[in-house]
Design a protein around this ligand. Structure first.
Ligand code: AMP
Ligand code: MG
Length: 485
């Protein structure tokens, strides 16, 4: 079986200032840890060929396959609110694009594939732990139904990387509908290169928002579409308790996919102020701050598009302001609709928002596990045991039951809706940490495999898998997560 990848590269056709061409840097002794065969098939790539030596050579960065045009992308970004005019792929390499069986164009990118002209002081490499973390969480997000980049493969390199200690090195193959970020627009805008901003916007419109091309002002329609996609995305995050952890503008994808799984984490007990990232001292990227930050990032995107939005400064500013004003209502609608589904409501009535908000207030007051509480509502007697204040839960549940009775199909109709909206299994921090430490410290990949398997069916409850559903015991609690770069 020879490896044949139907590359169809479009980013490489953009002018030279968009990227730096370079080959990935070979590694000593590549070994395949995990291949995502279903994703390979979706991309139209033969998984058997990917698993053979030629495929492994590609996934490790040892040999670029025919048709690849490897490059590192240029981008800038606001990191924790501070603008850095040049970041770029410092340890990633875009091999090229393929059009999948579903007709969607996607990037194939290696992460951890060696230094590039954008590496600055970094080594261009990735450690096994963060690679497996991205594999687990990105694939869990996909199974949860959240737009996300995917993971095609993880390989170990046979070479160490040095962080605080010596760690096994690895390369991840990331699949994304593109790697264009808010920071990519910022890179050109910061250089006053309006022509490049226009070319990039045209490219992004063609790839992600083709309908915008026919609008009176395509750039304005493009901005509207990105704002809508991000508002929907952040609502999805909140509804499953996801905390991205590094919502810098370079980690904000124009496509509306979740990208860059660094210190991300899932919240156990409900508390909007929850932060796990070791570098997020101010709580800028706390769970409940994410909508506000997404809007801030989108304002940075709007700024880069100003020269394209109107005939003069005033009309451009007015257009940007109007576009940005759509974020909050769009987010609120998506979030509130999602919350209603989480408590099984199939219709919308006055008082529903108070009902969902009061439930969240109960969770916050008793520090109840967010995922267990919502999933538990399908079996209210068991949900009640999660609350220290049983009477308060009963009072709320009484109101909830009468509300359910007032909808077509009554409480029965609610059950299926709740099962589809409330995952039983999420990549809980303590499970992820346990899987990563077994792999990196004992070369035992069984916990990683088992967890990946459970996370591929997050909405199917399974009593045999109860150990994966429960929250952390006191001694298992993860207090901090690290980007590991
Ligand atoms: P991230 O924190 O992964 O969003 O990365 C922020 C910036 O740092 C990007 O420009 C990365 O390419 C770069 N970077 C992260 N880790 C490394 C590394 N090990 N070597 C070189 N550059 C890196
Ligand atoms: Mg990044």
């Amino acid at each position: 079986m020879t490896l044949s990848i139907p590359f169809d590269n479009s980013y490489a056709r953009l002018p030279d200032r968009f990227h730096a061409r370079l080959d990935p840097k070979p590694v000593a002794a590549p070994r395949l840890v995990r291949l995502n065969t279903a994703l390979a098939e979706q991309l139209g790539i033969d998984p058997e060929a990917l698993a053979n030596p030629e495929g492994l050579a590609m996934l490790a960065g040892n040999a670029a396959p025919p048709g690849a045009e490897p490059l590192a992308q240029a981008y800038a970004g606001h990191q924790f609110g501070h603008f850095v005019p040049q970041l770029g792929d410092g340890r990633a390499c875009l091999l090229g694009e393929v059009i999948g069986r579903d007709g969607i164009r996607r990037d194939i990118q290696l992460k951890g594939s060696g230094t590039t002209p954008f590496s600055r002081a970094g080594d261009g490499r990735a450690a096994l732990g963060p690679v497996l973390r991205e594999y687990l969480v990105s694939e869990a997000m996909a199974a949860l139904g959240v737009p996300t980049t995917r993971t095609l493969a993880a390989v170990t390199t046979g070479e160490p990387v040095w962080r605080e200690t010596r760690l096994p090195g690895a390369v991840l193959t990331r699949i994304a509908s593109s790697h264009i970020r808010v920071g990519t627009f910022q890179y050109f805008a910061a250089r006053g290169d309006t022509e490049a901003v226009r070319l990039l916007a045209d490219h992004a419109i063609a790839r992600h928002y083709p309908d915008a091309a026919g609008a009176d002002n395509p750039y304005s329609a493009f901005l509207d579409a990105v704002i809508a996609a991000q508002a929907e995305l952040v609502a999805r995050w909140l509804l499953i308790g996801f905390i991205h952890g590094v919502m810098n503008t370079d980690n904000c994808a124009i496509s509306g996919e979740t990208i860059d799984y660094g210190p991300c984490a899932f919240m156990d007990e409900y508390d909007p102020a929850t932060v796990f990232s070791s570098i997020d001292h101010g709580g800028r990227y706390a769970y409940g701050n994410q909508p506000r930050i997404a809007q801030w990032n989108l304002a940075r995107l709007a700024e880069t598009l100003l020269p394209l939005l109107g005939a003069d400064e005033d009309s451009s500013m007015a257009a940007a302001r109007e576009a940005l004003s759509a974020f909050a209502p769009r987010f609120e609608t998506a979030y509130r609709t999602g919350l209603r589904r989480k408590i099984g409501l199939t219709t919308e009535r006055e008082g529903d928002d108070a009902l969902t908000e009061d439930f969240l207030a109960l969770l916050a007051a008793d520090r109840v596990d967010f995922t267990l509480a919502f999933r538990g509502l399908s079996d209210p007697a068991s949900a009640r045991t999660l609350f220290a204040d049983g009477a308060a839960f009963d009072a709320w549940a009484g109101r909830w039951r009468s509300r359910l009775a007032a909808q077509p199909g009554g409480a029965d109709a609610a059950y299926g809706v709740m099962q589809a909206a409330n995952p039983a299994f999420i990549p809980r921090n303590h499970l992820v940490e346990a899987a990563l430490s077994a792999a990196t410290e004992q070369s035992d990949f069984a916990p990683f495999e088992a967890l990946l398997d459970v996370l591929s069916r997050p909405y199917q409850g399974d009593p045999a898998m109860a150990a994966y559903a429960r929250g952390p015991r006191e001694e298992e609690r993860v207090l901090q997560t690290f980007c590991g770069t």
